[in-house]
Ligand binder design. Structure first.
Ligand code: CP
Ligand code: NVA
Length: 306
């Protein structure tokens, strides 16, 4: 069987992306039908950063598909410190059938995949968080009629989650509006490339520094932490720069009445989202969290299918 990785959404076709989402819907509706899919297989979770949702989703997801799961905590393997990445990768390839990695550097997961003979799944890097975004697309598909027609607004840091949302919506041909502080905006050339990909697939992309404009008539308002894992030392500085990039009552009022508020979690209430919006009627953050499990199972099935 040819090895299939899930490291970024970037190189997926629209058909493949929708296929993963449709597997997730199927798995969510009929979990028993998939309970032997990974029978007697072994899945390893190698995480360099903390995790609640991703760890639980892939660990439990693997078990629900009939596999066993092993979790290596951030202090255990110490990729590139205790042992070279290429040696860890070739060793684990001897025991496991799939490895899910959460690394600081995206380069490290690519390096790991280069030496691996088993499929590698990205459980978050500094650049991308594709398994999160599969759950996000599943969530929006459940809540909104036509994902390609809605206005999806992201307010906050241009981080791993944001990058994977860009990848997904550009492939789907959706309408994505981003509001981020000027100093965290992409350079002109990158914006042009993103715009072209959106246009090619029939969608639209805007990026600016006005949360109000991004939120105007939005169907979905999405945010994430101002300082991602690994950037904690920038937190104080970022709090100043990002202070207006918050989903609060005023921003919510700009969006459509039936808009939904999304957050990948963990959330910092009072920073990127107010407590009242987080707990309010428009918030769907725990449906999103629940969908991580179905998305994780769908990703494992997708990489295993021919
Ligand atoms: N959203 C997400 O990936 O959460 P964890 O960091 O807890 O896995
Ligand atoms: N952008 C966040 C996502 C956490 C799930 C981080 O990388 O810390």
């Amino acid at each position: 069987m040819a090895k299939k990785n899930f490291i970024s959404l970037k190189n997926l076709s629209k058909h493949q992306l929708l296929d993963i989402v449709s597997i997730a819907q199927e798995v969510k509706a009929h979990p028993q039908d998939f309970s032997n899919f990974f029978l007697k297989k072994h899945i390893g979770l190698l995480f360099e950063k903390p995790s609640l949702r991703t760890k639980t989703s892939f660990y439990l997801g693997a078990q629900q598909l009939g596999a066993s799961a092993i979790y290596y905590d951030p202090q255990e393997v110490r990729l590139g410190q205790r042992e070279e990445i290429c040696d860890v990768s070739r060793t684990l390839s001897q025991y496991l059938d799939v490895a899910v990695l959460r690394t600081f550097s995206h380069q490290d997961i690519l390096e790991f995949a280069k030496f691996s003979s088993i499929p590698i799944v990205n459980g978050l890097t500094d650049l991308y968080h594709p398994s999160q975004v599969i759950a996000d697309i599943l969530t929006v598909t459940e809540l909104k009629k036509d994902i390609e027609k809605i206005k999806f607004s992201y307010i906050g840091d241009t981080n791993n989650v944001c990058n994977s949302l860009i990848n997904a919506f550009s492939i789907l041909g959706g309408n994505l509006s981003i509001a981020t502080p000027e100093q965290y905006c992409f350079d002109k050339e990158t914006i042009k490339e993103i715009e072209e990909k959106f246009a090619k697939n029939g969608g639209s992309f805007t990026i600016g520094s006005s949360p109000e404009e991004a939120a105007e008539a939005a169907d979905v308002l999405y945010t994430d932490v101002w300082s991602s894992m690994g950037r904690e030392d920038e937190a104080k500085q970022r709090e100043k720069v990002f202070k207006n990039f918050q989903i609060n009552g005023k921003i919510l009022e700009k969006a459509k009445k039936d808009s939904v508020v999304m957050h990948c979690l963990p959330a910092h209430r009072g920073q990127e989202v107010t407590d009242s919006v987080f707990e309010g009627d428009n918030s769907v953050v725990f449906l999103q969290a629940a969908n991580r499990l179905h998305a994780a199972k769908a990703i494992l099935i997708f990489i295993w299918e021919k």
